[in-house]
Design a protein around this ligand. Sequence first.
Ligand code: SAM
Length: 194
Amino acid sequence: MRLTDLAHNWLKQNIHPGDIVVDATLGNGHDALFLANCVGSKGKIFGFDVQQQAIDESQLRLLDCGCEKAFFLLGHQHLDTTLPPELKGKVKAFTFNLGWLPGGDKNITTQVTTTIDALSQALAWLSTNGIISLMLYPGHTEGAQEKEEILSWLAHAQTTKNMSPAFVYQKIEVPDRPLSPVLVQLKKTVKLTH
Ligand code: SAM
């Protein structure tokens, strides 16, 4: 099974009709459409991308979706100041599908610093048991750096005692293929207080 299918299966198992979800990297809107179908007509989807082309493609792809939607021509590192404050702690799922826009300009790609910033913000917006699906592409220079630094940030964040909130995660990768995509599945958990 392809990693994208694995990612979508896991999202489907965790997202329910009426949920609030965020696609942090809209691209051509494929993930957003999948999320929109999971949340149904009573759900809400928010999306971010730095390219107008991605916003337009995504708007078009989700034209017939009944759910409430708002797409922002902004980097995901601005989600704290962009998402409606009353939704903090209520988001069921974020998707981060890193890299560049397929068929677009390969110079416009996600960057490790802003991605980690956004991931750390996203944790605070998740509900308990809320999830982040993160796809990493180490086959290009920036992607390789993202993989290395994000995996070490996750390991550090998880084990740092005062890190709030708490989470568990697993990474799924092809053995002996360091340049193949890596899927990270993260779930926010209840913080133990002792
Ligand atoms: N999820 C998309 C889909 O289903 O088609 C694919 C996403 S594509 C691999 C990565 C996207 O991230 C590109 O469209 C790119 O413009 C966008 N991107 C780059 N930097 C970003 C940032 N700081 N915040 C949000 N999106 C960003």
